[in-house]
Structure formats: C-alpha cells, structure tokens
Ligand binder design. Sequence first.
Ligand SMILES: [Zn+2]
Length: 172
Amino acid sequence: MKIMINGIHANLRFSSAHIIPNHESCGCIHGHSYFVDVEIEGERSGKFEFVADFKDVKDSVRKICKKLDHKMLIPINNENMEFKGLDSSNELSMDDFKNIKYLDFIIGNKNYKLPIEDCVLLPLKHTSAEELSKYFTYKLFEDIQNKGYSIATISLCVNEGIGQGALFKKEL
Ligand SMILES: [Zn+2]
C-alpha cells in the first residue's frame, strides 16, 4: 500500500535562495518557495497497521525543510564554484568549512562573500530541484528507517513553487 502527503496542504515547505552557476537566467541569486510531496510504499504493520505514521513522515521532512529554510543553498561540489582558501582540486567535504566564518567564492567573473550563518552547505553538485529531491529522499529514507519502519519505496518531489518540480524515487 502507498501513503501520500501533499506538501502544500501538509505544510512541508521552505523558502531559500540559490544560484545555478553559469546558467543563463538562474545564474543570479534568486529564491523559491519550495514544497515537498512524498509517497511511501510498504507493507502495513504494527499496532495500527500503518505503512508509516503520517506524523512521523511529516516530522522527518519538516526537519530537513527547517535546515534549508531562509538560507542560501550552497552546493559545495559544484565544479564552477571556487571557494577561496580551500583546495577544491579534490572533492570538498563539510569538514573543510568548519573553521570558516565567511564563504568567499568565485563563479566566473563574480565574487561573492556571504556570512556562513546565512548559508547551508550541501554535499551536492547543484541545488537544482533534481539534486534537492535526491538529497531529501536519502535523508528521509534514513530517518524513517531509524524510526523502525520497513518501507519498499519513497518517491519524493521537490517543487520550485507551483507547477514545476523534480521527483526522485528510491527503492530499497
Ligand atoms: Zn532557481
């Protein structure tokens, strides 16, 4: 059986700024009011014979939304972003940023400097809807498994506002 959660109606939302380096129109800092739709398939089990308790799923998704909300999303593995003071010849990890107060980075001929508390670092190549949906799905999958559910698939859509989104499906 499958359970479905509509992100607009269930308030699984976040508003963030991002940039898609070197993209013609998305290469400038801009923002979206995102929302996240979720579908989970699995066997019904437990005292109440749920696939998964809606509250548990919503709590997990909201936790991820909250981390990203009102922040600038930074894809630390983007090949077109050069972070000053860091050696990006190897893939950067979160640890490389732990003593940094300002993110100072170059994209093409533009230089950005942002306080780190205004940003959220993501281990991604892009902060596209595609990459964000994959990121959310893996985080949710881990969290839901830790809550003891045995699920078969998660399909999760990160919508960049109404009318466009990317859906990622993870099967066990
Ligand atoms: Zn965008």
